[in-house]
Design a protein around this ligand. Structure first.
Ligand code: ZN
Length: 203
């Protein structure tokens, strides 16, 4: 007897996702014919925060643009890897760096998360006294090798990331990189002038 991952014994979230996908694929229309390179020729680097939906806030449909997401929307080595592929092999010509208000990356430091992880891998809690492990067993010191790329100032984090991308030797000078902060209270994108200035295309 074959066993499907969507058996009733499995997670509710898993069942919901598979049901949603059934409906989505049933209504797929002509999207199967979309070409691989993004049709509108641009890429967005943004945070993984669940309140952000780049397709909604930037008006994207399937096939339009690359969206690269990580914690904070930071210009990590891996984000830059994706942007380089996005341009070099898939032709994007304009990039956005979009961080957001109330970002969780402002709520801890490398030291805090490394200490928490060294004592337990279970989800920590936070209150007015800061972050705290619920149990203290089964941790690992491996986090000391991970730069978590936290920040304390949104304008600075966007500007720093635009500058890092623009100054990378594998990023062509003629790609403009725009810097924005998404406001989770209003859904509005607010430009960070200093970042966009730093990200101007040059010949
Ligand atoms: Zn965030």
């Amino acid at each position: 007897m074959s066993q499907s991952v969507s058996d009733s014994s499995t997670s509710q979230v898993l069942q919901e996702v598979l049901a949603a996908n059934e409906a989505y694929s049933g209504n797929f229309g002509t999207k199967g014919e979309l070409p691989l390179p993004p049709g509108r020729g641009f890429a967005i680097l943004t945070c993984m925060d669940a309140r952000l939906d780049p397709a909604q806030y930037a008006g994207l449909s399937e096939g339009d643009a690359h969206v690269i997401r990580n914690a904070g929307g930071r210009a990590s080595d891996d984000a830059i890897r994706s942007l380089i592929i996005s341009h070099k092999l898939l032709g994007t010509k304009e990039w956005f760096v979009i961080h957001h208000t109330d970002c969780g990356m402002e709520l801890f430091t490398d030291t805090i998360i490394r200490n928490l992880l060294s004592k337990s891998l279970k989800t920590a809690t936070v209150d007015e006294n800061g972050w705290r492990n619920v149990t203290e067993e089964g941790g690992s010191d491996e986090a000391r090798f991970i730069p978590f790329l936290t920040f304390t100032n949104l304008t600075d984090s966007v500007t720093e990331d635009v500058k890092r991308i623009k100054s990378h030797p594998l990023v062509p000078k003629d790609i403009p990189v725009y810097g924005f902060v998404y406001d989770v209270k209003t859904g509005k994108l607010n430009e960070v002038a200093e970042a966009t200035q730093a990200g101007l295309a040059t010949a």
